[in-house]
Ligand binder design. Sequence first.
Ligand SMILES: NC(=O)c1ccc[n+]([C@@H]2O[C@H](COP(=O)([O-])OP(=O)(O)OC[C@H]3O[C@@H](n4cnc5c(N)ncnc54)[C@H](O)[C@@H]3O)[C@@H](O)[C@H]2O)c1
Length: 438
Amino acid sequence: MSDSYAQISKKIKDRTVKVSVVGLGYVGLPMALSFANKGISVSGFDLSRKRISRLKRGISYIKDVTGRQIAEAVKKGAFSPTSSKKSLRDADVIIICVPTPLRKIKDPDISYILDASRTLSGQLRSGQLIVVESTTFPGTTRDVILPELKKSGLELDRDFFLAFSPERIDPGNEKYGFENIPKVLGGVTGKSTRLGKKLYSMVVEKVVGVSCAEVAEVSKLLENTFRIVNIALIYEFAMLCDKLDIDVWEVIEAAKTKPFGFMPFYPGPGIGGHCIPADPMYLSWKARKVGFRTDMVDLAARLNRMFPGYVANRAAGLIKRRGKKIKGSSVLMLGVAFKRDVNDLRESPALEIIEKLEKKGVKVDYFDPYIPYLDIHDIKKKPVKLSASAVSRYDMVLLATDHSNVDYRLVAENADMIFDTRNVFERNGITGNNIVKL
Ligand SMILES: NC(=O)c1ccc[n+]([C@@H]2O[C@H](COP(=O)([O-])OP(=O)(O)OC[C@H]3O[C@@H](n4cnc5c(N)ncnc54)[C@H](O)[C@@H]3O)[C@@H](O)[C@H]2O)c1
């Protein structure tokens, strides 16, 4: 057994291990605090000086984490946010949680991972475990990150260890968080897997070790691809049911009574967020590299991409059916975040719907309790205050995001027409002739 392996194992065992989280976003920040809350010393390294300065002052920028939680961890000395790359050298374990978005041409953009690996390589020392959590294509850990780390002159399995463990966090989910979601982990070597398992077992209820990093990388892509394929299927059902004049929501409720072999997926305004729209592209890109076509995934991605356009067209059609001109009509968009109870606008379908409606000459305003100002793409808007008179001014209220803390009854009682893409009104026991479901 190498000295480094024994050293890290011992530090994990006696809980003196120092952890550094690279990238303090939706994934990295809650994770850093989970380690800190379990009495582990954590430093958080982020390139954004603005974020670091906020964290130092106990200010949160993520809804699932409170300023108080940050302030307490910082005050206790359990969590040290920093933009100094030297902090990486002090740590025994470095967990990489940087973004993995798409480039303009919808190919994987691994520049953040590369950048973080290069920074880390410059600071690497003997006796460190590196875990990558960012979602990415199979082979990234072994073929992209490892060569960067080797440039340090240090040797895998003698000096350092490397594993991939996909993050499964679901922001806004109050039932499942970092600690009670089983954690899959695969090392580039067996020793890396074993060390990684020991590390996460300190904070996570169940760690699932797999044979290699590639299995862990693909397992994350399978999970999210499973979702996009099923979402695309339910979008197709929603469009078909509209043509057949059948309530797709009732169809799903009926199908869901089967106790096996069925899992309900629900329609909505379109897919959004940092993961679901991007991850299948990582998979199909890698597939192309090895001469394989992911037809099913590509079709699902295409269906999902067109859905916000379908929603915008249906909204315009509904306005027209009321005998109103589309051009010059007005829509109040209820919820613009990409999903319920988060303040995350990334890839939100609501934004595309706004753009598409505005192109048709519709005036669109919005209300979202979590988005105090919209300044994204070419959209710049202040929210309206949700009141009876405000709601009644619009030709349509288009519900895009079903946040829990909205007075839906007030909306239903005052709106001329509601187009509900999430079935939130019915779910809240509110019905009315003015409500049209997707
Ligand atoms: N958000 C989710 O719900 C979710 C869930 C599961 C997995 N993931 C995956 O986790 C990864 C991170 O996602 P996120 O949502 O936390 O991203 P994010 O954009 O919220 O946060 C990323 C952070 O990394 C920082 N950063 C970028 N480059 C850096 C570098 N070289 N060094 C240090 N810091 C750097 C940014 O400043 C930012 O604060 C992605 O691969 C994503 O696909 C996200």
